[in-house]
Design a protein around this ligand. Structure first.
Ligand SMILES: *Cc1c(COP(=O)(O)O)cnc(C)c1O
Length: 360
């Protein structure tokens, strides 16, 4: 049992609005009935707006990692190249290797972005038919410039481009079709502000055609089978999806579209600027200038504070931030500003951190 619920400023799961949470308690329906079809179709249409795409939208009852695994396994015929800028890029390379997909990893230091020249150099070798890019690396707080990478990747028509937008979709603008992204992946518990348990992706015709040439795509995470069910079999799923998430997602998407996507992006940017300002004044940022994330800020622990202790004291006041991820534990800390939070909420949070650090 949870002894005390805190306001979450961790990069997922994020706080879910009460009315959205309540939609998870909607009574069950058959996942093979007309209502299930209508639910799936409605969600798909709304998500197309969020993804800025005409591509088919697929849901998977897995967290984001599920569709990352599905994408690299289902859509690599020759060899994949993973451009990793941190722990979540590393994960994608591991997913490839674990699935017996020939995978190379190009890794830069934490805080650095993926640069067009790096991508060009790798693709020019002609070895690869799938690339993965992390849009927003949640371990380092770096947001890659997809618009600079797109023209390079576009030069290689055999390449299927997969993007991990798990911690940025619906918090930052990602124009899937304009950029030419083939598989763009997110999950529910980050900027979409829903409970964890579902992942979402868009799939291009190119990605679908590629999957048809790949023999062993697994079963539960077979992107082609998912696609065929959603497009051909009454817009349903091969196995029973989390209908509870779908009810909440459908409702939350209405709220997101009501806020307005541009307003939502602007709110995230404004929150980011505010937290960055604080971070630079009191510490330093991990991300290279110009590549700071709009959905979370990773602050270098330049003052050698005890991050665990800070978080414990924040917890007593009803707030929670995140320590550095993996090897960055205690070397950095992370403040998420994604989902339904506001600048006013962050002012309160940073006010508490200021007080704690001053020993008050
Ligand atoms: C959270 C996160 C993941 C993993 O998603 P899950 O939903 O936890 O499986 C992958 N990539 C990034 C960038 C993330 O922030």
């Amino acid at each position: 049992t949870v002894t005390k619920f805190k306001r979450l400023f961790i990069p997922g799961p994020v706080d879910v609005a009460k009315d959205v949470l309540e939609k998870m308690a909607t009574p069950m329906i058959s996942h093979r009935g007309k209502d299930a079809t209508a639910l799936q179709q409605g969600i798909g249409e709304k998500l197309k707006q969020v993804f800025h795409t005409q591509h088919t939208i697929l849901l998977s009852t897995t967290s984001g990692t599920g569709l990352m695994e599905a994408a690299i396994r289902s859509c690599t015929a020759k060899k994949a190249v993973v451009f990793s800028i941190g722990a979540f890029g590393d994960r994608w390379a591991e997913l490839g290797t674990c699935n017996n997909v020939p995978t190379d990893k190009v890794r830069v230091d934490d805080g650095e972005p993926t640069l067009p020249d790096t991508v060009e150099k790798a693709l020019a070798t002609g070895q690869y038919d799938l690339v993965t890019v992390t849009h927003n690396e949640t371990s380092s707080g770096v947001m890659n410039h997809l618009e600079e990478l797109a023209p390079v990747i576009r030069k290689y028509p055999e390449v299927v481009w997969c993007v991990d937008a798990v911690s940025s979709m619906a918090g930052a603008k990602i124009e899937v079709d304009r950029l030419g992204i083939d598989v763009c992946i997110t999950s529910t518990q980050k900027c979409l502000a829903l409970p964890p348990g579902m992942s979402i992706c868009s799939v291009s015709a190119k990605a679908v055609e590629r999957a048809k040439t790949v023999k062993h795509r697994g079963y539960y995470l077979d992107l082609l089978q998912l696609y065929q069910y959603v497009t051909e079999k009454e817009h349903q799923y091969p196995s029973t999806p989390s209908l509870s998430h779908m009810f909440a997602l459908d409702y939350q998407l209405d709220k997101i579209l009501q806020e307005g996507l541009e307003n939502r992006y602007a709110r995230h940017r404004e929150m980011a600027q505010f937290v960055r300002g604080w971070g630079k004044e009191h510490f330093a940022l991990l991300a290279r200038p110009g590549y700071e994330s709009d959905t979370l800020t990773v602050i270098k622990n330049t003052r050698g504070i005890n991050v665990g202790d800070l978080n414990k004291k924040l917890g007593e006041r009803g707030f929670q931030i995140a320590n550095g991820y993996g090897k960055l534990k205690e070397k950095a800390f992370r403040i998420a500003h994604m989902g339904e939070v506001s600048v006013a909420d962050l002012k309160v949070l940073l006010g508490h951190i200021d007080e704690i650090l001053k020993g008050r």
